[in-house]
Design a protein around this ligand. Structure first.
Ligand code: XMP
Length: 318
């Protein structure tokens, strides 16, 4: 039977109502289509029992708090922005292992939610987890690829009860649901963004400075790729962004030797993120992205393009 977004929304509303009952719930939106769709459904189901938050971890996209608040407002959700960036950066200092990072971020998110939940007298956490998240986190009999922060990254001793109304959906189905919910197009058609945010796009240790660099590089890559797609020069990739490597290489700025960071640009075609093929972006577009990144971000001296499929790579670097 073909997937019916309308029927799905009705059953998800019912599921949330019966799961949460008369208690209160909190949901965190990240700006991605999954959490936004989950928030819109939760808002339909239990508007008076729901608190919606946006946690600014310092690892979100450029201008994200504003973009997300405006989108939420359009569907009647008023968003509380929590600035937790100091806590995130200080707690992540010194961590270089990707799984350790993901687990630490999961813990920090939960601590932030629990703090907010206590204030509001909330006992449920609603999450926009979708099927690939738990499958790749080692769900069923599968091997763990990585702990998606909203699944395997959650601490076992979380005090909040969990409600995940979209667990069985794949990304293209979530987009159908988002369109049915009348979410703004910039959300329903928005490319995926990982729960841990830019943390998985900074290979190795995370610092505030590195977050700024990768945020700027991501914004440039997004802007140029979206512009090229709008002008009909390319088919819009499924996901496209930039990541930062921990090593520096030698270059020249003016007449002087420079020793600067490497940024990796990645753009992929996919249906659900489970397998991807890298996009064959035209050289002129890649050159524009590279020139802008090295001109506008002084700490970056080299830009590479990732030509690896998944498998063997994953979409994100960590
Ligand atoms: P990977 O890197 O696992 O990414 O090939 C597949 C898709 O999932 C996104 N991703 C995440 N989404 N929480 C999420 O909600 C996470 O922890 C997470 N890690 C990766 C990634 O951006 C891609 O779309």
């Amino acid at each position: 039977m073909p997937f019916s977004p309308k029927k799905f929304i009705d059953s998800a509303v019912l599921h949330i109502r019966t799961t949460v009952g008369k208690e209160k719930a909190i949901i965190a939106v990240s700006g991605g289509v999954d959490s936004m769709a989950a928030a819109a459904i939760a808002h339909l189901a239990i508007p008076k029992q729901l608190t919606c938050v946006f946690v600014d971890t310092g690892l979100m996209r450029k201008n994200e708090a504003k973009t997300v608040s405006a989108a939420a407002e359009k569907v009647g959700i008023s968003l509380k922005v929590i600035d937790a960036s100091d806590t995130f950066f200080s707690s992540l200092a010194g961590i270089t292992d990707p799984e350790e990072k993901r687990k630490a971020i999961g813990r920090l998110f939960i601590e932030t939610f629990e703090k907010a939940a206590k204030k509001e007298g909330v006992s449920f956490l609603i999450q926009g987890t979708i099927a690939p998240d738990w499958i790749e986190s080692g769900g069923g009999s599968r091997d763990k690829i990585k702990s998606h922060h909203n699944v395997g990254g959650l601490p076992e001793k979380m005090h909040l009860k969990l409600c995940e109304p979209m667990r069985d959906l794949y990304k293209h189905e979530v987009r159908m649901v988002a369109r049915e919910l009348d979410l703004p197009e910039e959300i329903s058609e928005r490319q995926p963004f990982p729960g841990p945010g830019l943390a998985v796009r900074i290979v190795g240790e995370i610092t505030r400075k590195k977050a700024e660099i990768v945020r700027g590089a991501c914004a440039i890559a997004e802007e140029e790729i979206e512009k090229a797609a709008k002008e009909g020069k390319i088919e819009k990739p499924w996901q496209y962004f930039a990541a930062l490597l921990p090593t520096k290489t030698v270059g020249v700025r003016g007449d002087e030797r420079a020793y600067q960071y490497i940024v990796v640009v990645r753009a992929v075609r996919s249906l659900d993120g489970m397998t991807v093929n890298f996009s064959h972006l035209p050289p002129e577009l890649l050159q524009k992205i590279s020139t802008r990144i090295t001109n506008e971000i002084r700490e970056v001296g080299r830009v590479l393009y990732d030509i690896t499929n998944k498998p063997p790579a994953t979409v994100e670097m960590e």
